[in-house]
Design a protein around this ligand. Structure first.
Ligand code: SF4
Length: 476
């Protein structure tokens, strides 16, 4: 539920090639639309065709950039990034885009996702011939997998980046949407499973790539198509060139539909808001209850609550008011404030909920602490009954492809029955949508989705040590 203690999205990427536009400003607005995908750091790399400048810092997009900073970044092409740390700590060095000098100039790179074969890649990096650009032992200036890819790409001497990328990309395993650039060319690539979304858009005089279609809308770009899984794109004054570095084997992340993507984004031809409404309708079918009012946990529970109300015929209303700015500040709350817990984020509308039998719709339960506090708060505000409905199945497994749910030990679902979880939350009833119901609502065939956090079937091999730790073989 909305980054309070819920799943944390990995990153958002953006790229633009538009010689006649203010590309730094376009990138700023693109990142602004992708802020929900990462709120720890933001950065932009821009090139005026001669040299690349990178500006990045910790904080939200609007905290990192102001008018003066953007004006100091003139150029013809740019990439940008918003980060939530999945690999490597949340420190400045791990902010993106990363930058490296190569034999041919500069290379800036931004990554959304998480690689699963970093050990292999580290070994490969140390095998590659030493070069002045990737110094002795190739010591990394940061601990993230993005720097590793940048360092590998910079290790190929004066070989053109386009051919270097066709050697490097097939060796990356895991989830990756990359935008990268040299002084003259913008590049984008998406892993063969297409775990994370990446789309291509057209400006009157240029091209845009972005994590979500909502970022195309905000900069006035029209949607052209998705970057295909396994596709590598280059854009410069010669136009757009597309190559395939691997066969597509689509396994899009089902959690993008549940929670991660913006509701006004379109994935695989389906609007995310509409999918969430239809998840809510299915939830009403699967877990009906006699009640007076359906309320969402705003904002992420809203579309499914609308769907639940439509499916059940129970009136829909707003019973909770959200403080939209909580979770978007770097000021750590004091102990006194922290004790207020959920009230920092949500406040009940007593006059709406008093004496009512409520259906409360939320997108997921990770640890359960938030929902427990929520149920208590609604009862204190006078709710007669509280029936919790969740628009995703129980989260049973960690994600290795860029989402931070917490460790398996911290998840509430493994080892507990739904009844036990319901009791632990203090709710009158609890219903999760089934995995089949959720899959049907996305309208994407099950074999083209990653659903591993719900069923433990990881479509891309996870590091052996992790698989052993999770005892995966037994789980299936
Ligand atoms: S494990 Fe879950 S969150 Fe991670 S990519 Fe797969 S479906 Fe998405």
């Amino acid at each position: 539920m909305d980054n309070f203690e819920g799943p944390k999205e990995e990153c958002g990427v953006f790229g633009v090639w538009a010689p006649e536009e203010d590309v730094a400003q376009l990138t700023f607005f693109g990142l602004f639309a992708l802020q929900h995908r990462g709120q720890e750091s933001a950065g932009i790399a821009v090139s005026n065709l001669q040299r690349i400048m990178v500006y990045k810092d910790m904080g939200l997009v609007s905290q990192v950039f102001d008018e003066a900073t953007l004006k100091s970044l003139p150029g013809r092409l740019a990439i940008g990034h918003t980060r939530y740390s999945t690999t490597g700590a949340s420190v400045w060095n791990n902010a993106q885009p990363t930058f490296r000098a190569t034999a041919l100039g500069g290379l800036a790179l931004a990554h959304n996702g998480n690689l699963t074969n970093t050990h292999e890649l580290e070994a490969w990096l140390s095998e590659l011939a030493p070069s002045e650009h990737v110094p002795e032992k190739k010591t990394m200036d940061s601990t993230n997998d993005t720097s590793l890819v940048t360092a590998i790409m910079a290790s190929f001497g004066d070989e053109p980046l386009e051919s270097v990328a066709m050697k490097v990309l097939p060796r990356l395993k895991g989830a990756f949407c990359l935008t990268f650039m040299t002084e003259r060319t913008l590049y984008a690539a998406r892993d063969p499973q297409g775990i994370r979304p990446l789309v291509l858009g057209r400006l009157a005089n240029g091209w845009v790539v972005a994590s979500e279609t909502a970022a195309l809308d905000i900069v006035g770009a029209s949607f052209v198509r998705e970057v295909e899984p396994g596709e590598f794109i280059a854009i410069d004054e010669r136009g757009l060139r597309s190559q395939r570095f691997a066969e597509a084997n689509p396994k899009g992340c089902i959690f993008e539909y549940v929670y991660l993507a913006r509701p006004d984004t379109t994935i695989a031809g389906h609007g995310v808001h509409a999918v969430r409404v239809s998840i809510g309708r299915k939830l009403a079918e699967e877990h009906p209850v006699d009640a007076d009012l359906v309320i969402p946990v705003p904002e992420s529970g809203t579309p499914s609550a609308i769907g639940y109300a439509q499916g059940s015929g129970i009136p829909y209303g707003q019973g909770l008011v959200k403080n939209a700015y909580v979770g978007r500040t770097f000021i750590q709350p004091s102990q006194t404030i922290r004790q207020l817990g959920i009230r920092l984020k949500l406040n009940p509308l007593r006059e709406v909920i008093e004496g009512k039998r409520l259906v409360v719709v939320d997108d997921s339960i990770v640890r359960g602490n938030t929902q427990r506090a929520l149920v208590r708060m609604l009862r204190e505000a006078g709710a007669k009954e509280v029936h919790v409905r969740i628009s995703s199945p129980p989260v049973q497994w960690p994600c290795f492809y860029g989402i931070d749910f917490a460790t398996r030990a911290e998840l509430i679902a493994p080892g507990l029955t739904v009844d036990e979880i319901c009791r632990s939350l203090g709710a009158d009833s609890l219903g999760y949508i089934s995995l089949d119901g959720l899959t049907e609502a996305t309208q994407v065939p099950a074999d083209q989705l990653c659903r591993a956090c719900f069923d433990g079937r990881y479509p891309i091999a996870i590091p052996p040590a992790q698989a052993e730790l999770l005892n995966l073989e037994e789980s299936k």
